[in-house]
Design a binder for this molecule. Structure first.
Ligand SMILES: Cc1cc2nc3c(=O)[nH]c(=O)nc-3n(C[C@H](O)[C@H](O)[C@H](O)COP(=O)(O)OP(=O)(O)OC[C@H]3O[C@@H](n4cnc5c(N)ncnc54)[C@H](O)[C@@H]3O)c2cc1C
Length: 312
């Protein structure tokens, strides 16, 4: 049977690539409020302002400069420079020490897919960002993209960790390989964000069924929580959050030995509740001119959008 919410979501995903619709949406006055809910804004100042607000609320942050599918070297350099500028501004605002505000980067935005020397170029750019983050007293996490980039991203991670051991990894529970990757990365000092995964993947490499993905998430989380590393539990799922808490207690983990992560604008009350209970909560904050695709993807996965597609 056709799942109407899946149809709606795929329709919305199609919209994210439609430039005519994008032009209309960007100019509509109502867009501003919707954008503000999920995106810090377009400028570095916006990212710093939201980081400060979260800091005052007792939350940690990781900032993402929006921009994917970089197919030109100049664009990759622009993205690198945006991060260097951001880190300098965050440090000036005294927000980076102790890793309170860190940055998340996509290697594709730093040039990983460039036809000539893409992997080398993205590694060099990521290294520059790690250097700037270290000077600012904070860390970098490498976002994970579709499965064709998993090996390359983990290899880049290993390279970066030689000089910057606190560089964060991201693993996706929908991939069949991930439990093994969790075992490999559950060593002392290793920061690992576990998420479900956000890309359309073939059945040969990924679970498609929600129940199977959730089950694998719990298996992977168990490996990370029992291990020596620093798990970063990135999910809005109430069951996952609850099981994470139980696993932390069972493994005698202190509140500062792991963290919860959620996206900016999603389940803010739950973020507050977790932080008030003494947990570390890090909010993933996107900003930049390229907000349109991100916003449409958020709406495609938003609970309100899902509800509106219910058939009784
Ligand atoms: C901090 C962070 C970083 C991420 N980084 C990456 C990355 O690098 N690579 C990648 O592929 N993916 C990344 N993701 C996305 C992730 O893979 C999932 O696609 C996304 O988080 C949705 O999965 P979920 O676990 O939140 O819950 P889902 O399985 O989508 O939903 C489960 C339940 O959670 C609750 N819920 C979910 N969304 C909402 C909402 N909008 N409002 C209210 N309740 C909601 C509902 O109760 C829902 O039934 C990241 C996610 C987060 C939070």
């Amino acid at each position: 049977m056709v799942d109407p919410s899946a149809v709606l979501r795929s329709g919305l995903m199609g919209l994210s690539r439609n430039t005519k619709v994008r032009d209309v949406v960007e100019k509509a006055p109502v867009s501003k409020d919707v954008v503000k809910r999920f995106v810090a804004g377009t400028s570095t100042e916006d990212a710093v302002r939201v980081s400060r607000e979260l800091d005052v609320e007792g939350k940690l942050a990781t900032i993402d400069f929006l921009g994917e599918d970089t197919l030109e070297r100049a664009q990759a350099i622009h993205t690198r420079d945006a991060y260097l500028d951001l880190l300098a501004e965050l440090a000036d605002a005294c927000l980076t020490d102790g890793g309170r505000v860190e940055v998340s980067v996509k290697l594709s935005a730093l040039g990983q897919a460039l036809p000539k020397d893409g992997r080398k170029i993205s590694l060099e750019h990521a290294r520059s960002i790690c250097e700037a983050a270290a000077i600012a007293g904070t860390t970098v996490t490498l976002d994970m993209e579709d499965h064709t980039t998993t090996d390359a991203t983990l290899e880049t991670l290993a390279e970066l960790r030689k000089d910057f051991p606190d560089t964060g990894a991201v693993l996706q529970a929908y991939l069949r390989r991930t439990e093994g990757d969790c075992r490999d990365l559950a060593y002392e000092g290793s920061r690992v964000r576990l998420c479900k995964g956000a890309h359309a993947e073939p059945a040969s490499v990924a679970f498609a069924d929600k129940g199977e993905i959730d089950m694998n998430y719990v298996k992977c989380m168990r490996v990370l929580m029992e291990g020596e590393g620093y798990p970063m539990i990135a999910s809005h799922d109430p069951r996952i959050v609850e099981i994470a808490g139980s696993l932390a207690t069972k493994n005698l983990r202190a509140p500062d030995s792991f963290e919860y992560q959620m996206l900016y604008g999603i389940r803010p009350n739950e973020q507050r509740r977790l932080a008030d209970a003494g947990n570390q909560v890090r909010v993933y904050v996107p900003y930049g001119d390229e907000w349109y695709g991100y916003l449409v993807r958020r709406m495609a996965n938003d609970r309100r959008t899902r509800r509106s597609s219910c058939v009784r």
